[in-house]
Structure formats: C-alpha cells, structure tokens
Ligand binder design. Structure first.
Ligand SMILES: Nc1ncnc2c1ncn2[C@@H]1O[C@H](COP(=O)(O)OP(=O)(O)OP(=O)(O)O)[C@@H](O)[C@H]1O
Ligand SMILES: [Mg+2]
Length: 294
C-alpha cells in the first residue's frame, strides 16, 4: 500500500474547523483519565471526514470538545477563525442514542422544529424548513407521528432531519447508525452522502465500522488507543459517485479498508505515548463483510 495518499498532499484548502493540540483529562472521584493526549487536525469547508479508533479512544470526548459541550484541558478548537468556547450556533450534533435524543411526547414535526425556534423566528419559514428536511430523509408522511410509533431507522432519520433543518455549517455525527440493522444502515449511509453533496455541509462522522468510514469519507482519521493521538490521516481516493454495491466491491475499496484495518489493529496496541505507527505485513487482513474497530 505504498501508493496511499496522505492528507499532507492536500493542505492547500479552505480550513473551516481546526483542532489544535486538544488534550482532555477527566478528573474527579479520586480518578484521573487522560482520554485524549494531543489531537491536531483540520477539516476543510465542505469536507466529509470520518474518524475511526478503538473503543475508549476518546472519540466522543473529542466530538464534545469540538461541539463546545466540554472544555479541553489544553489546546483549542477553532471554527471559522473563532475559538469554540460554547456550543456554536452553526453546528449540529447527531448522537448515537436516538431514543434518548427525541422527545417521546412531541410529534416528529415538533421534534424537528424545536431547535429551530430560537434560530428562525418566522414560523412559516420554520415549518418550511421542517417539511423540506423531513422530505429529504423520506419521512414527509410521518410528520404527525410520535417517535415511539416509528422504527429505529426512522427515528434516526428524524434525528438527521432535525440536524438538517437547522442548516448547520458543520454536522457532527457520533456513531449515529450503531444501533440499526445492516440494510437500514446502508440506506442511512447513502442518505448522509447525498445530503452532504446536496447541502455542501461540512461533516465529521465518528464510527467504529471500518467499511463505513471508507465508504463515507473523503478522508479517514485513524486514532490510537487512549491517550489518543491521530495515527494516520488517510485520503480516500474513491470516486465521488459511490454506490453500496459497486464501490464496496471495487479493488480500491478493498485496499483502503485493508489498510485501515491494519492500522486499527496497531492502534489497539499502540497508545498515544508510543512511537508513530508503521503498517505491518498483510497477514490478518479482514475477510468478513464488515470490520469493526472494537
Ligand atoms: N465524564 C467522564 N468522566 C471520566 N472519564 C470519562 C468520562 N467520559 C469518558 N471518560 C473516559 O475517557 C475515555 C474515552 O471515552 P470516550 O467515551 O470519549 O471514548 P470513545 O472513543 O467514544 O469510546 P466508544 O468507542 O466506546 O464510544 C474512556 O476511558 C472513558 O472512560
Ligand atoms: Mg463514543
């Protein structure tokens, strides 16, 4: 895999999100955990970047720091030239637990409208945005339903519609499809890619699923075990038009997933405090249809 491009080759771009030396140490109850040691990377305007790393590597911690929900112990997150010190208006987050992120007593439409209330004062415009977003995720007919009347995949689409209606500049997604079945997951992956292409939003997508990261991303950031650093920043040089069947059965896809899998295997044994990783031989490459970074 000597021909894998690294991101240093495309540094010349319009940076929207800059993560500079972010470190996070949790302390309390007599316990100190250095979750993230030193994370530095940037995301260009309109890019779709995936983050993979072993369980407990600090991916959620990192997203919370980026979203302004958690203060880094040191380092800085800069969005469009301004330091993030609280949740920026231009950012939306989709979490894994859609069950907990939707209000059971509000309809689908009301759930999607809620975060817009303080942003878009004109009620008519707000309802328009809600209906457009629900149509974009294929839920136009479900606007009057309650979340508990929907399947898991539909609930997750409501959460995505809520983020889309908000018209964020940056969309952060933390393992949003971990709890849905494989077929629904494939559909939701395509939904994210098509929304990203239509809306020009910048997406940072955290996943455990190596195949998902390669299929979705323009770049994949591979994190080490905790205390976490970026082990590799890999450009995914697959065509922009991707389909589940053709892209996933292409030779390049197989090469890229193989490489990410190898790096993740290294990452499991390599902590941020160790030397930089070098890929091992191809022994032990995954043959299963989906490889997990767990
Ligand atoms: N509020 C907290 N207080 C103390 N330690 C925490 C807290 N939140 C997370 N941690 C610790 O920080 C480390 C990273 O956790 P984090 O949830 O960010 O990892 P992750 O990569 O998202 O894991 P997963 O893949 O399982 O979702 C873990 O060791 C975890 O126990
Ligand atoms: Mg997590």
């Amino acid at each position: 895999m000597s021909d894998l491009p690294t991101t240093d080759q495309h540094r010349e771009r319009d940076v929207l999100l800059d993560v500079r030396g972010v470190r996070k140490i949790y302390s309390g109850h007599g316990r100190t955990v250095e979750a993230v040691r030193d994370l530095t990377f940037s995301v260009g305007r309109g890019e779709l970047v995936c983050i993979v790393g072993p369980s407990g590597a600090g991916k959620t911690t990192l997203l919370k720091c980026i979203a302004g929900l958690l203060e880094p112990t040191s380092g800085q997150v800069v969005l469009d030239g301004r330091a993030v010190t609280r949740p920026p208006e231009s950012m939306a987050v989709v979490f894994q637990e859609y069950g907990r992120s939707l209000y059971a007593w509000k309809t689908v439409e009301q759930n999607v409208e809620l975060p817009l209330r303080h942003k878009v004062k004109d009620g008519r415009r707000r309802r328009e945005l809600v209906h457009e977003a629900l149509a974009a995720v294929g839920l136009a007919d479900a606007h009057a339903a309650y979340p508990w009347q929907l399947s898991g995949g539909m609930q997750q689409r409501v959460a995505i519609a809520r983020a889309v209606a908000y018209q964020p500049q940056v969309l952060l997604m933390d393992e949003p499809f971990a709890a849905v079945d494989a077929q629904t997951r494939a559909d939701l992956e395509d939904l994210v890619r098509s929304l990203w292409r239509q809306l020009g939003v910048t997406v940072l997508f955290v996943t455990h699923d190596i195949d998902e990261s390669v299929y979705l991303g323009q770049r994949v950031l591979i994190l080490s075990s905790s205390p976490t650093v970026v082990m590799e920043d890999l450009t995914i040089d697959l065509p922009g038009e991707r389909t589940q069947l053709e892209t996933r059965s292409s030779r390049r896809f197989a090469e890229l997933r193989h490489h990410v899998y190898e790096q993740i295997q290294l990452a499991k044994h390599r902590r941020g405090s160790d030397a930089p990783a070098t890929p091992p031989s191809s022994a032990g490459a995954p043959q299963a249809s989906r490889a997990e970074a767990r």
